[in-house]
Design a protein around this ligand. Sequence first.
Ligand code: ADP
Ligand code: MG
Length: 483
Amino acid sequence: MSYVQGATGEWEMVIGLEVHAQVISNSKLFSGASTVFGAAPNAQVSLVDAAFPGMLPVINEKCVEQAVRTGLGLKAQINLTSVFDRKNYFYADLPAGYQISQFTQPIVGKGEILLDLADGTSRKVGITRLHLEQDAGKSMHDQSPKETFVDLNRSGVALMEIVSEPDMRSGEEAGAYLKKLRAILRYLGTCDGNMEEGSMRCDVNLSMRRAGDETLGTRCEIKNVNSIRFVQQAIEYEAQRQVEVLESGGAIKQETRLWDTGKGVTRSMRSKEDAHDYRYFPDPDLLPLKLDPAMVESIKKTLPELPDEKKARFIAAYGLKPYDASVLVAEKTSADFFEKVAKGRDGKLAANWVTVELFGALNRLGKTIEDSPVSAEALGGLVGLISDATISGRIAKDVFAEMLEGGKSAALIVEEKGLKQVTDTGAIEKAIDEILAKNADKVAEYKSGKDKLFGFFIGQVMKATGGKVNPAMLNELLKKKLA
Ligand code: ADP
Ligand code: MG
């Protein structure tokens, strides 16, 4: 457990996250307008989205299915009856004066998410609920010095609000939660999880309590933090701020704060509204949403293998360490890439080459696995050459560096450069003999007890042979010669 050290003792962070995930669907939650990102302002606005008088919402079945699919992926309760409510507030980007949301009866109830932590352990975090709601439009303050414009393209787009229990205890756990949730949404194809474009947004709720306390402290909510890194930074900052307030005898006001990326601080935005401020009531234009259990069952049948199951399978089938497996399954594309490399080969070796060498190289090159200069088949070829002892792991790194450059296969590079490992006992013995003859003095020192010289001899033989001698064989033969 990681505590925050204050002047008067240790404090524990309590974190709950609310994530707004934009539903992947061609049209909006209650209208047929398009949801494509990046269109000209107000190009995708139906009369319903603009709240013209008399317009009636019609529920989009696809969005409902996506919410159910997500609920199932979060191992959550699917509520066969749910209700849409009006959440009333006034803002320029909300033409109806209310947002259609779900309040007391959400479509999805309690579920859970398993966090994969860096030390290889997992931790369960409860999902409180998932409900469907409309997104609001966007106020544009940077178009004119005097006026604010409103773009309603986003108005009415379906969001899933996914609320966690206050189960997280550190910035690292909050980060792991968001990564896992994003992975699940992407595997399911229900949200693209792109935080930069705003299709996944996070509100952080944080309170502090003395280490060992059971009761929850008063929380602050930090709204719309738009990257995982910022979520973690905002948590670190806010935890310190709250500890300072509490230790100097102050009280935390329940309020909504903003993360100021430039200054690296959270700032008060407004005092927190209570639910009654929104005058929630069931939307009279919409009937309660009733799901057919057969529809839920049929969605269940189409669920893909999700990250946790894939991870378990990678551990069992390829003998991977839990941490390596969770790194590989974090993105479906890397998991698929790995499986192609590992197919019919040494899984552990394949995992190592993907997570260490390939990911390292992609990182340096600023590329993603989708545009990797080395294909899965090509990397598989290299791994195969190591496994069957054609080349050593050392030489393989040089071969890989060249593969990154040119698109040549590992086998071709090994052939062209004559990098084949020497596994002929006679040839290795000859190389050893030459080195020992040249270094008779060192051989004598070694025999009188200077064991460290063993490494020196290995290094010399490797140097003389361009690193191509099979290391295990060299070790064994040298031992014999020096015995
Ligand atoms: P609201 O819309 O008022 O913010 P929600 O129920 O949608 O309320 O979300 C509340 C979020 O705050 C949840 O993620 C919950 O886990 C978290 N939370 C509630 N109480 C605390 C607390 N004392 N400290 C930290 N987080 C909390
Ligand atoms: Mg909230």
